[in-house]
Design a protein around this ligand. Sequence first.
Ligand code: GLU
Length: 437
Amino acid sequence: MSVQPQPIVRFAPSPTGKMHIGSARTALFNWLYAKHTGGKFLLRIEDTDAERSTPENTAYIFEAMAWLGLSADAEPILQTSRLAAHVEAAKMLVEKGAAFVDAEGVTRFKVPEGSTHWTDLVQGDITIDNKQIEPFALLRSNGTPTYHLGVVCDDIFQQVTHVIRGDDHINNTPKQILLYQALGATVPHFGHLPLILNESGEKLSKRHGAASVQDLRNAGYLPSALFNMLLRLGWGHGDQELFTKEEAIKLFDITAVSKGAARFDTAKLNWLNAQYLKSEPFSTVLPHLLPFVPDMQQTHPSDIKKLETMWEDLTARAQTLPEVATAANYLLTDPTDSYTEEHTKILLEGHHALHDIYDALCCVTEWTPEILHAVIAKLVENAGGSFKAVGRPLRVAVTASLGGPDMAKIMAALGQNETLRRIKVSLHHVHANGGAH
Ligand code: GLU
């Protein structure tokens, strides 16, 4: 009876820029695999391309993983710290006769005869005739290690048991299996995740809109929604659409990942985001919303309270955070600065009603939605039963808009002083525009 080692998976991105959706999905599936099996999730930054591996590009990886809540179970390692070990391994292979130094001083792998087979966790059984594999390079003529050598040495070093990565790496796998064997190491399991296409069936890329975690964050999606979206790119559980993190961990099964390409669907992401905007606690969403609020540095605790009071209404129809921020405009910015011509006309027509409204609201001693409802009802009654005669100028005066949530609720959220101030300013506006006193 053999004891199965604790699974160890890794995410091994090369810093190239903002984190691509495909990389994020690879990170997520590795993380889920580790959590599901009680294994370890490691991170290795493959930073050997000096030009692209800038501190900024490396920071994008950490930033996106932290934002998605995918933390590694050990300190990340940098591939550049392991170059000497790679060179050492190549020398050892040359000494063993498993590699050779050819004409231009390049060290190449001597591909043995026969065939290479593995059972891919996603793609199933794959067998490659070794005749199809060229004597691939291990060290370049300048002595630097190649990707194949580095990735295998480091996966051995980190004791990786399962290599889960994008299927653009599938052609690399037979070469890497041969390297493991030549180095006398246990060959890990491999699983290759399907390609991600955009809505028009093309490979997801920057040229066709948002393709990175950072792009989507800046477009106003929540990490929980993107987490759920990434989870569904190639994996599913019946027709379930919404998964908590705990459910995803419990249900995730690498062998259930589809072989066929996955499709990134913006409409689906919008739908997911709308669900999470409504279902997540206000305090969870707030830090993600603030960057979309104009002058957020000046956001006062009283503004936060207003947002919280109106939260259900603000998120009722919104799909993205900028939409929530726009819906919250009347709470956080002064609408009396932005009365339009149409608003001015309504205020002029309703200025008598506005005077009565102002006087009635001044007298309110208990500023609650219930009391304010009753005050409005009384004013409507006095206006001969016309709700419009009261409600319209009131809404325009206080919010500079023609529609929106219940006015009593809005006024309760704004508070008495601010509500009265706005109505007063609207009356000044009426006078300045030729309205009677
Ligand atoms: N560094 C490689 C990449 O970013 C991944 C290597 C691997 O997963 O084996 O594509």
